[in-house]
Design a protein around this ligand. Structure first.
Ligand SMILES: Nc1ncnc2c1ncn2[C@@H]1O[C@H](COP(=O)(O)OP(=O)(O)OP(=O)(O)O)[C@@H](O)[C@H]1O
Ligand SMILES: [Mg+2]
Length: 243
């Protein structure tokens, strides 16, 4: 079992969007057993997305979907009991995806999960901006110090930046022993929209919008494969040939 979270200590960087897409990719494309946990109260955006989708897609049977649960207690005891629960589930679940709010205080669940070494991989969306880059670097260092595998990636890329800028930043991250992905995700209007022309949510928790995502930006799929590794790619080939 792998515990993964797209997380950054900034608001609005794409955490929930990518956690939902990644969970759906793993579940519906890679056919993995997924559990998604939404820690980001009081809004619980991931859970809200699921509820909205079920409300407009009445024919979908919730039991066929990966479970998406809210976790609303931040106390250390609840982190310990969650860790125990996950331990008991490890033979039954391949991936646990955790969506947190954009803060990294000692009392925040994400901080506790990191300290307790419950998280295996943290994927940090970074916007192309000096402050965002330096705060992402500090955050990645903290996760690394707790033993987490950490991948950073540029999100909401405009594509107007000079390629040399990315090369220089790649070098800078490498010098700091940090793993910055080559898969840069462009700013895509369709990722902002709630639904596509079929009324299906792009940040969907009930299906993976294959066609649209490929058209929007293949870097998203490549990034997901990078997070999953070799095994995920094989599974995707299987899923594709079964289409
Ligand atoms: N690559 C992208 N292109 C265009 N829009 C994007 C992209 N990534 C994320 N967004 C948009 O940015 C906004 C914030 O995304 P999201 O809610 O996933 O961020 P978040 O980090 O979870 O925010 P919060 O801190 O409030 O939980 C959303 O409108 C989302 O659609
Ligand atoms: Mg969010």
């Amino acid at each position: 079992m792998e515990v993964v979270s797209f997380f950054s200590a900034k608001g609005g960087t794409g955490k929930t969007t990518f956690n939902l897409l990644f969970a759906s990719y793993l579940s519906y494309i890679c056919k993995k057993r997924v559990l998604m946990l939404d820690f980001d109260g009081p809004e619980y955006n991931a859970l809200l997305t699921r509820k909205r989708e079920l409300a407009v897609n009445k024919d979908v049977d919730e039991k066929e979907l990966y479970p998406l649960e809210m976790v609303n207690d931040r106390s250390i005891n609840s982190v310990n009991s969650l860790a125990k629960r996950l331990d008991a589930l490890k033979e039954h679940i391949d991936y646990v995806i955790m969506d947190f709010g954009g803060s990294f205080e000692p009392t925040d669940a994400v901080c506790q999960m990191a300290k307790a070494k419950v998280l295996d991989t943290v994927v940090i969306p970074v916007e192309m901006d000096g402050m965002a880059i330096s705060s992402a670097k500090s955050l990645a260092k903290v996760f690394q110090s707790f033993g987490q595998r950490t991948i950073l990636f540029f999100n909401k890329v405009h594509g107007k930046e000079k390629p040399e800028l990315y090369e220089a930043l790649d070098e800078w991250f490498a010098k700091n022993d940090l793993n910055i992905s080559k898969n840069r995700v462009k700013m895509a209007i369709s990722l902002k929209r709630d639904s596509d022309s079929d009324g299906m949510f792009l940040r969907s928790s009930i299906c993976f919008p294959k066609k649209d995502i490929k058209a929007i930006n293949p870097a998203i799929i490549n990034l997901f494969d990078e997070v999953v590794g070799y095994e995920g790619q094989e599974q995707r080939q299987d899923a594709k040939s079964g289409d």
